[in-house]
Write a protein that binds this ligand. Sequence first.
Ligand code: ATP
Length: 245
Amino acid sequence: MIPKSHPRYESLLLRDKMVKAAQEGYLADSALIAHGRGEAFDYLIGEKTTYPAKRAMYVAVAALLLSNNPVISVNGNATALAIDEIIELANAIDAKIEINLFYRTDERVKLITQLYKNHGYKNILGTLDDDIEYINDIPNNRATASKSGIYSADTILIPLEDGDRAEILKKGGKNIITIDLNPLSRTSKMSDVSIMDNIVRAIPFMTKIAEDLKTQDKKVLIDMVNDFDNEENLKESLEQIRIKE
Ligand code: ATP
């Protein structure tokens, strides 16, 4: 048991979740390393949601609400850290959830499918019996997508995504939104909206934003999306990283 008074309490709880997920067998071998990279950036922003991240989240939710076929792409890490919160967000914005694994194996897909079902979400896409297509006909595991999900989606939320996969989605003409603690990653630079925040803070915050934005005029949402400059916001995000005491 980690004592609540421990200065890294929240962070250690997340580590526990990741270790448990690794033991359950649905994480890729490199998943803990990717988590560690995220932790380091989170440390440097004080493990708090910054102003540029909040701004990006408002724009992201507006874009998702304006979409015809929004999809949340999930991998092992996102599932381990925020499965219930992801389901809540999907319900709030009427988005589909699709399993997308960089290192896709039948076993991991099966385990993650079952997890979403156990948590009350029945219509998960990207499963073993789903209709899988290749984006832009690229004959590569990284280009796979569910026909009724990412393949035909207009906007995709890709938390903790790998740069190669993000590039394929971008080239496939998708509007992409990422949640990535590293503002320098290829995924952050390539995305239309990059949220530099921990997924465990960002997703529930986006659900709250959705409740607010759903009551707004469509025109307000369109203006929010059009007025946003991701490059500028990423610069501001980078300025939030403090390496002095
Ligand atoms: P890229 O390929 O896009 O340049 P990368 O090689 O860093 O980036 P991966 O290691 O494949 O990408 O993906 C993990 C990314 O997710 C990292 O950038 C890491 O900062 C981020 N990350 C890890 N854990 C979290 C988390 N809990 N919340 C948000 N982002 C996270």
